[in-house]
Design a protein around this ligand. Sequence first.
Ligand code: NAD
Length: 477
Amino acid sequence: MTAELAEAPSSDIDRLNRVFSDQKDAFEAERHRPIDQRKADLKKIEDMVKARAEDFAKAIDADFSRRSHSETAVAETGFTIATAKHTRQHLTQWATTKRKPVPMTLVPGKAYVRREPKGVVGIIAPWNYPMQLALAPLVAALGAGCRVMIKPSEFTPRTGELLLETLSGLFSEDHVAVIEGGPDVAAAFSSLPFDHLFYTGSTHVGRIVAKAAAENLTPVTLELGGKSPTVVAPDFNLDEAAKTIAWGKFLNAGQTCVAPDYAMVPRGSEASFGEAIMREANRMWPNVAENDDYTAIVSERHHTRLGEMVEEARNSGATVLQADFDATRAGNTRLFPPTVVINPSPDLQLMREEIFGPVLPVLGHDGLTQAAKHINQGERPLALYIHSKSPTTARSFLAKTLSGGAAVNVPMLHLSVEDLPFGGVGHSGQGAYHGEYGFLTFTHERAVFEAPVWHPSRLIQPPYGKMFEFFKKLQGG
Ligand code: NAD
């Protein structure tokens, strides 16, 4: 059970192995945490998040060098509280053993599915919503009755510290543990023989995590990224579309896995749509240099990458629209103003990689069939958005494409519906969570058949005779 690797200090690896082993022992000692206690665990998280909401907002603000407290309130604390409450309210029903009908040949036996906790599970979280994306999977895992180790992102160390402080105040380390550290610790973490590994982050690292998990035959959930398109049908008013698309794109400065990555609008309207996006960006986040509601980029490296992408597009001759912005006056080198790039060429980095920043490429389409064809040529996205006045048109567009999730006439809100599964498909991920789907991710559905002391199946044991022939007939054979 020793994690191989790495350049991580041996004390970190020692702790990792010790906590893992303690959690395994604790799980063996209590395989079925009573539902009431699980509900109490969730209530503790809910109450802690409410009580420490401002501390989390400050920590995330400091990690980003500026993160809108309002966006943190809705997308991190509010989201986590709602998830914990929803899970608590439905837990009894989700955890109940499910009876299943038995075929005539197996009467009078009973069949049912026991929903068992998988055991000790790992959660690897990214930096972009560093609280929500650590705590929402934790809620699902605790609801399922698991023991949980969480590895927060090294890019948001203050939030990681606060997660450690708050969770260690609520749970013993053999129940919930926060393991801090960089990629070396993360690599050692993902090589532990967990009973389930839940990873949120880039597709590149997701592949590494999946390989490490495969060594142990550990089941994985991969919540990855990709280029999520947003398409405007010819019947939809472009100014109206710009209102929701600009919001979805520039919230958290575009550092949202389900943010619209690029837009496709009827050909010929790219420039006017780009201007409408900039108008909406300026209306929602005026004076980005001094606007505390406009979030900064998480690191200098990520900021430089965005700058290089836009520069490459500009040098290629594409039109770039950018909000007025004076970096010196802002006193923050990690702010990146809302930006639109009209018709960038497909070979640019901007169109090859997930952007993950406040830059919106706008492309033209020649109708929804061509737009679908364009999308289907790329990897399957995490989310897809279609704006149309006609539900029939929107649904027929959905039928022509495939994505992890989708929303009509507004980006991102599918992830706020607790009872919808949230996850990717293909390169944008595998598995899903939220609501009962999250509970099931960390649950083993164990099939049980119970026969009475004497069961007619004995009649079909060899030597095969008349009863066997009768059973065959009953079976349809
Ligand atoms: P990342 O992959 O760089 O990091 C995520 C986590 O992986 C961090 O905790 C990091 O320490 C860890 N990690 C790094 N190297 C590792 C290794 N070798 N082995 C194991 N773990 C390792 O991702 P990121 O940059 O923090 O996040 C951005 C990406 O995440 C974007 O692509 C975005 O779309 C995606 N994302 C997806 C979702 C979703 O729900 N599908 C949500 C948020 C972000």
